[in-house]
Design a protein around this ligand. Structure first.
Ligand code: NDP
Length: 289
């Protein structure tokens, strides 16, 4: 069997192009571009890179990028006051507070303060509840990206057995909900699951969202399965540098599966594209309301 590598960079580029065209038309109609506000507290190097990339991608699709870089000593009250200002700012359609926040700030309290209709990360419990009950809301970006990648190879997911390894609120649980909405039979596995290899072997669709380098081996996979590898793990490489790997042993998996996302270049590029898509969705809904 020749396995297909699902090219997340190409799918994300297509999505960004569609967003760019829609933004141009909406900006002409409404006299302003959708606005995404990103808030960074402190100077964590990885967070700085993420925020820079998000700002660049926002501008590239023609949206308005608003960045707030706050000192690490910013108090929770000051951050909440900024979120309140962004909530009531008519030019802001999406708000993202970059995590992790410094230890003296209660992240949950901050996320709860974001207007659910501007919560483009989709982390607010109201949006989690909307997803759970099939109502219109904003869906977390990485899970949305996984679904778009699955649709590249599987036009219909109905009746397939999907196994999601990982049950975090931001990846595992929302992906499981989306798969259920797509009429899959869904199993959620985690660190206490018994005989994980056997559970994985029963999957037509396997989603790995664990954070353990190459934990899922080739012989854990059903022949012809479709695998979405969400994991991003940095490991030491032979040349003394580091390299990124997923949660699935990709080279082994290629001997068994129908299709798999590579790491890097699979799910990763979809996340920012889906963030832009959520901002566009939030803008359109606010214009209509
Ligand atoms: P979390 O650490 O929040 O959750 C990890 C999950 O994996 C938990 O549910 C945990 O189970 C489960 N787990 C841990 N060890 C095992 C094991 N040995 N067997 C089975 N299950 C196990 O991670 P996230 O969900 O935030 O992220 C998962 C991965 O996805 C990470 O590598 C992260 O970097 C990556 N990621 C990638 C993104 C992208 O854009 N591509 C975006 C977000 C995340 P339990 O609940 O029992 O502890």
């Amino acid at each position: 069997m020749t396995a297909q590598l699902i090219d997340g960079a190409a799918v994300a580029a297509r999505l960004r192009q569609t967003i760019r065209e829609r933004v141009a038309s909406l900006t002409a109609d409404y006299g302003r571009a959708p606005g995404l506000a990103v808030v960074l507290v402190g100077s964590d190097p990885a967070s700085q890179v993420y925020v820079r990339n998000k700002g660049k991608a926002t501008i590239e699709v023609g949206m308005h990028s608003i960045e707030h870089h706050l000192d690490a000593s910013t108090s929770e009250a000051e951050l909440l006051a900024l979120v309140a200002r962004l909530n009531s700012d008519p030019g802001v359609d999406g708000i993202l507070v970059q995590l992790p926040l410094p230890g003296h700030i209660d992240s949950q309290r901050v996320l709860l303060a974001i207007d659910p209709d501007k919560d483009v990360d989709g982390f607010h419990p109201i949006n989690a509840g909307r997803l759970m009950t099939g109502q219109t809301g904003l869906v977390p970006c990485t899970p949305s990206g996984c679904m778009l990648l699955l649709k590249e190879v599987l036009p219909s997911l109905a009746g397939l057995h999907a196994v999601v390894v990982g049950r975090s609120n931001i990846v595992g649980k929302p992906i499981a909900q989306l798969l259920l909405q797509a009429d899959c039979t869904v199993t959620i596995a985690h660190s206490r699951t018994r005989d994980l290899p056997a559970v994985c072997r029963s999957a037509d669709i396997l989603i790995a969202a664990v954070g353990r380098p190459e934990m899922i081996k080739g012989n854990w996979l059903k022949t012809g399965a479709v695998v979405i590898d969400v994991g991003i793990n940095r490991i030491a490489a032979a040349d003394g540098k580091t390299r990124l790997v997923g949660d699935v042993a990709t080279q082994e998996a290629l001997q068994h599966v129908q299709a798999i996302t590579p790491v890097p270049g699979g799910v990763g590029p979809m996340t920012i594209a889906c963030l832009l898509n959520n901002t566009l969705t939030a803008f359109e809904r606010r214009q209509r309301s």
